[in-house]
Design a protein around this ligand. Structure first.
Ligand code: GUN
Ligand code: ZN
Length: 438
């Protein structure tokens, strides 16, 4: 036990398996009165309070959360920090929304002071929502990446981000070139990738805004830096799918564009996938490519209903994480996003139970990012990124919670009634970084 060792006490919940492939019971770990002991930024042990308190030295402080459910920190696998200030922009679907609201907003990030201001507020929103890891789109400007990584570094947060690559079909001021996009990304990788808990993601915005040469350069860069990530968008909107096909007529489907340029594989993650075909899911599975389910965004832009059960087909299960996709997404809260994931499931006639939902927001995200050896559960040895949800956060939730009879029911209610207000505390690398004032 080191001098900074401490413990938290409350109900403990996490998953150790994929409930889309195994029964909920085999995946769900639940300790009604649990103790989590943290030392040097890692989880030292996790078990029943009764057992662990017996051998815990008296000098180790114990923080008790009376109505708390201790969970792994949420993992938001798709979000745009540069769209924080344009969340909730009215009335358009994807392509018009990009031209009308998004591109003008992202132009502001040529100013490093603006980057820093937004990065700070973005980080605050993540932490108060219980999100401890995110995979983030920045703007085309390298300064926008520096500003975000600097903020994340201050609290030793595990964060993946990258500079957007786009060299066509956007306003002049937002475009890079094949050469500058490659060189700027490479410089950012050298500066940031692997420093502390930060990782770089090579970030072609989506096929329509990159020339074939730029996609090729992105693939080349990934080969030169194989521990970095790839992030992009795919098959979100029907007009977008048709446009991508018209720009790359020789490719057999949308994913085949990325696949052709070497942009599929483990540590490649594509957001949306609403209109993917069976052969594209198969390619995700064959290559280890992951998807981000972004339900609030898909509803908000009228993009469609992502079919999680098709993605997770047991014959060729694809790793799927959850993404808020702010600013097309309408909330930073992963609980709110799970609520929409549930409703998307209902409209697809595949109800998602609480264990599946929780998986998407935690271990599923960790696996989609190949980080399951570090985060996503509360097992001993994992990095101490965890949150405390308060089942009495609001009067409605308190009154309803008093009537539940199982942990599954309580967890489901947290996803239906929960918001950022439900988050009582957020810990990153074993440090308290957000505490709700009740
Ligand atoms: N496709 C290409 N760019 C974007 C973006 O910024 N947001 C969303 N939702 N889809 C995109
Ligand atoms: Zn997006």
């Amino acid at each position: 036990y080191g001098s900074n060792c401490f413990a938290v006490r409350g109900a403990i919940v996490y998953l150790t398996g994929d409930p889309f492939l195994e029964t909920a019971e085999t995946c769900l770990q639940y300790i009604e009165d649990g103790l989590l002991i943290i030392d040097a930024g890692k989880i030292l042990s996790c078990g029943t309070a009764q057992k662990l308190l017996r051998s815990l030295p008296a000098a180790v402080p114990v923080q008790t959360y009376p109505h708390g459910i201790i969970l792994p920190g949420f993992i938001d696998t798709h979000i745009h920090y540069v769209q924080t200030d344009m969340i909730g922009s009215y009335g358009e679907q994807l392509l018009d929304w990009l031209n009308t609201y998004t591109f003008p907003e992202e132009l502001k990030f040529s100013d490093p002071f603006h980057c820093k201001n937004v990065a700070k507020r973005f980080m605050d929103q993540l932490l108060k929502s219980g999100t401890t890891t995110a995979m983030v789109f920045c703007a085309v400007y390298p300064e926008s990446v520096n500003a975000l990584f600097e903020e994340a570094q201050k609290i030793n947060m595990r964060l993946i981000a990258g500079k957007v690559l786009m060299d066509r079909n956007a306003p002049e001021g937002l475009l890079d070139t094949v050469q500058s996009g490659y060189a700027d990304s490479k410089r950012l990788i050298e500066r940031w990738h692997g420093t502390g808990r930060l990782s770089y993601a090579i970030t072609p915005r989506f096929a329509p805004t990159s020339s074939p040469e730029q996609l090729e350069a992105a693939g080349q860069l990934w080969k030169e830096h194989p521990t970095t990530y790839i992030q992009s968008h795919i098959s979100e909107n029907k007009k977008e799918v048709a446009w991508a096909a018209s720009l790359f007529p020789e490719r057999k489907n949308y994913l085949d564009i990325y696949h052709h340029y070497g942009l599929t594989g483990k540590q490649a993650l594509y957001a949306h996938g609403v209109h993917l075909l069976e052969e594209e899911f198969q390619c995700c599975y064959d290559t280890g490519t992951s998807l981000a389910h972004c339900p609030t965004s898909n509803m908000f832009l009228g993009s469609g209903l992502f079919d999680v059960s098709a993605a997770k087909n047991k014959k060729r299960p694809v790793e799927v994480g959850l993404g808020t996709d702010v600013g097309a997404g309408t909330s930073f809260s992963m609980l709110v996003t799970l609520n929409e994931a549930y409703k998307t499931g209902q409209l697809r006639n595949v109800p998602l139970d609480a264990v599946k939902l929780l998986y998407l927001a935690t271990l599923g995200g960790a696996r989609a990012l190949s980080l399951e050896d570090k985060i996503g559960t509360l097992e001993a040895g994992k990095e101490a990124d965890f949150i405390v949800l308060n089942t009495h956060a609001t009067s409605l939730m308190k009154e309803r919670m008093e009537r539940v009879t199982s942990i599954q029911e309580a967890l489901f209610l947290l996803t239906v009634l929960g918001t950022e207000e439900t988050v009582e505390a957020t810990y990153v690398a074993g440090k308290l970084v957000y505490k709700k004032q009740f």
